[in-house]
Design a protein around this ligand. Structure first.
Ligand SMILES: [Zn+2]
Length: 177
């Protein structure tokens, strides 16, 4: 009989199950700007039309002071960090339920590719980069779902794209009016 490292395997499996559970159990995110409240974004900001080059606004703009900490609204894995012409300095985090949390217009980023972020961890600072140049400092925050929700499709402008987006405010609060 050979001695196989059963105990280590069992521990690993248990750890993977626990991590998996933590990653799928529904939980509220945090508002991704330090000290921000629901008064810091316009409640009809999401899917507002018309909206610049994007056509419709697929996120919310959380207004704050330049340099205010941007916090990861959920735990997750940084899957993109870089500069985009519209988004400026952006970070994208893959979080629970196969949702990508997109943070844009940052003045600086404090997370790197494949960093693991915990909920509420600082990942950057509010700024005016990209097409927010010359506008009041704000965080543009979008939540993209990799699992399409066909039930969200509407007949409005770009309404079919709604299946790939979540109203970000629902990440922090149950009811959005
Ligand atoms: Zn925006």
């Amino acid at each position: 009989m050979k001695n196989k490292p059963f105990k280590i395997n069992h521990l690993l499996i248990l750890l993977i199950i626990l991590l998996g559970l933590g990653f799928t159990v529904p939980q509220h995110g945090v508002i991704p700007v330090a000290n921000a409240t629901s008064k810091d974004w316009h409640k009809h900001s999401y899917w507002h039309y018309p909206w610049g080059a994007s056509g419709v606004h697929k996120g919310i703009d959380i207004f704050s002071r330049q340099g205010a900490p941007v916090l990861s609204s959920t735990q997750g894995l940084v899957i993109f960090k870089g500069y985009l012409s519209r988004g400026g300095n952006v970070i994208a985090v893959l979080g629970p339920k196969w949702r990508i949390h997109y943070y844009a217009h940052l003045s600086q980023t404090n997370a790197s590719w494949f960093d693991w972020c915990s909920k509420g961890e600082k990942i950057g600072e509010v700024g005016t980069t990209g097409n927010a140049r010359g506008k009041p400092a704000h965080l543009h925050y979008s939540v993209i779902t990799l699992i399409p929700n066909v039930g969200n499709v509407t007949t409005e402008k770009q309404g079919w794209k709604r299946m790939f987006y979540i109203n970000p405010a629902t990440v922090f609060i149950d009811r959005v009016n």
